[in-house]
Ligand binder design. Structure first.
Ligand SMILES: Nc1ncnc2c1ncn2[C@@H]1O[C@H](COP(=O)(O)OP(=O)(O)OP(=O)(O)O)[C@@H](O)[C@H]1O
Ligand SMILES: [Mg+2]
Length: 239
């Protein structure tokens, strides 16, 4: 493990009224100790997961539009408003790694084509692979050891079968302690990775939660177990 702690330097915050400190979980954030090679961020839409992940990426020196240190290309509004206010504690510091941002993956794929680096991504342009194929190609070819990977909703492109394949990639890269992942996700499959830490951004705080206590687990499970009843409740007319 490389990144051990994320601290918010509260004395420097100019205002709690504007983004990013208007987000409840960021406003009340103090310090996050990282105790597992695989750390998940979960929480409702808009709870601040991407905001914190981008700030970590920016502070770690990665391109906040997605990519590693050597991938410099421009995408609008890619700057992190939070990075200047956080401190990262490393032991030891690593500079290898990657920030994956689902929305700008297309521009990233173009950049890889332009610089002729597609040999590192399975030998085919990422544009000539399907969304899911290109994601898994990235995971399988670009991810090496002694690195930190910051991934924002990597499941977006992946079928359930490929999410399982991705769990295997996580397992292969992290079990010997040489790679670290921080992943924002809504996927109950990814969250099921064993021995990971899950941090919830709900209720205006960032707190560790058990897998079975996440909405992602509970809602998915109860939907699959009682689909008819669930749909009946959901669609019934209110009198
Ligand atoms: N550049 C910005 N300027 C102002 N507000 C922003 C900006 N980026 C995000 N926000 C707001 O901050 C809040 C948190 O956004 P963020 O993208 O971190 O949420 P998230 O937890 O990643 O959500 P999701 O699960 O939908 O990806 C949202 O209310 C969002 O509208
Ligand atoms: Mg997000």
């Amino acid at each position: 493990m490389f990144l051990k702690r994320i601290t918010l330097q509260q004395e420097t915050i100019p205002s709690y009224q504007t983004y990013p400190f208007s987000i409840p979980a960021i406003k009340h954030f103090n310090q996050l100790d990282i105790t597992s090679n695989i750390t998940f961020f979960v929480g409702e839409n808009g709870s601040g997961k991407s905001t914190l992940l981008e700030a970590i990426a920016d502070k770690a020196g990665f391109n906040t539009a997605g990519g590693g240190r050597n991938n410099t290309y421009h995408v609008d509004a890619a700057e992190s408003a939070l990075a200047d206010y956080i401190q990262l504690s490393w032991l030891p510091k690593v500079t290898n790694g990657f920030f994956l941002r689902a929305e700008t993956f297309y521009q990233f794929a173009s950049h890889i084509d332009e610089v002729g680096a597609s040999h590192a991504y399975g030998g085919r342009s990422l544009h000539h692979q399907s969304h899911g194929e290109s994601f898994l190609s990235l995971f399988q070819h670009r991810f090496h050891q002694k690195a930190i990977y910051l991934l924002d909703e990597p499941e977006a492109a992946l079928s359930p079968q490929r999410q399982l394949a991705f769990l295997r990639v996580l397992h292969d890269l992290s079990t010997d302690g040489n790679s670290q992942f921080i992943i924002a996700t809504h996927s109950p499959i990814l969250l099921g990775y064993p021995d990971s830490d899950i941090n919830s951004f709900d209720n205006g705080e960032i707190n560790k939660v058990n897998y079975e206590d996440t909405d992602h687990y509970q809602i998915t499970k109860s939907f699959l177990d009682n689909r008819e009843r669930y749909l009946h409740e959901l669609f019934k007319d209110e009198d």
